[in-house]
Unconditional design. Structure first.
Length: 306
């Protein structure tokens, strides 16, 4: 196992909680829902704030939307890699801060009563959390804010996708993830730079010590520990591994309904759990191929039961 059982369960629990928060947020902004097996248009749903709403005509241009998403993803990864390579810390922190504020604001707005000022209240709640996440390395506040960041991001992309384009997106992202981890090593380089240089990370992270490390510290001299420092293990789960399952479950929610969407969530959990429980220590693994396999299994089961 890559991490201790306790840490693995914590990561899976945070992943699961975020998926259900995501489903709630996406549902609040949904313009269509499944009622008695029929897709019904919703006219009184909340509108995505901060200029993130999709123009009415663009919602039906699914192939164009999909291509735009892929291009935007490639550009974003390219820019992120370039900024990492040239060590543009200020720009990267500014980018993370803006994205975090908007995503948190979208999520918080979904939980607030519908008023003319709910989006401003959501923004007021988001700003201090985002500042704390980007400029203070405190794992508890970081992980709590992460629970709401990815639901907000997913809510923007769900209206742009159909079942077909969501499936293709999963396949493309899984192939990229495998290449980026096993072949090029881009993921490891960017993750290490974020955590070591920027002191931030886009995803969940949990620092911990193994039993052997704790025993070593107990037996060591305090002066020696202060000089050399203490080595801490870190369990991480990238933001992409969290947000893409939310996007797919949101798409399934609007075309198949609630039960299949929940099936997708647990399928993703099964895929991630299989990876975490059977992976080896000190090895990097791409999570998306495993998560996608679990999602496809859940979608197949849902289709057979429909």
């Amino acid at each position: 196992m890559k991490h201790t059982t306790k840490i693995t369960i914590i990561i899976l629990a945070m992943f699961l909680v975020t998926q259900f928060i995501g489903l709630y947020v996406v549902n609040n902004y949904a313009t269509q829902k499944v009622v008695d097996g029929q897709i019904v248009e919703i006219n009184n749903s909340k509108q995505l704030p901060y200029g993130m709403g999709i123009p009415e005509g663009a919602k039906t241009e699914y192939e164009t939307n999909f291509i735009s998403i892929i291009i935007a993803f490639v550009i974003a990864v390219g820019i992120l890699y370039l900024l990492t390579h040239i060590r543009a810390k200020f720009v990267m922190k500014g980018w993370f801060l803006i994205v975090t504020i908007i995503a948190l604001g979208i999520s918080f707005n979904a939980f607030l009563p519908s008023t003319n000022y709910s989006h401003l209240i959501g923004l007021a709640l988001a700003i201090p959390l985002a500042i704390g996440k980007v400029f203070k390395r405190e794992f508890l506040s970081h992980n709590i804010s992460e629970l709401f960041v990815y639901p907000g991001i997913a809510a923007v992309f769900v209206p742009l996708l159909t079942l077909k384009t969501a499936i293709i997106l999963l396949i493309v992202i899984s192939i990229y993830d495998a290449w980026a981890v096993w072949k090029s090593g881009i993921m490891q380089k960017m993750a290490k730079y974020q955590m070591n240089e920027l002191k931030i990370f886009s995803g969940f992270f949990i620092p911990y010590m193994s039993k052997s490390q704790k025993k070593k510290i107990e037996k060591s001299d305090k002066k020696e520990i202060n000089k050399k420092g203490v080595k801490i293990n870190v369990a991480i789960l990238g933001g992409g591994d969290v947000v893409f399952p939310i996007i797919v479950s949101g798409v399934i929610l609007k075309i198949w309904g609630l039960f299949p969407a929940i099936m997708v969530i647990f399928g993703a959990l099964l895929g991630l759990g299989t990876l975490l429980f059977f992976s080896e220590k000190k090895k990097f693994y791409p999570a998306m191929p495993f998560i996608s396999a679990g999602i496809f299994l859940a979608m197949l089961l849902s289709w057979l039961l429909l």
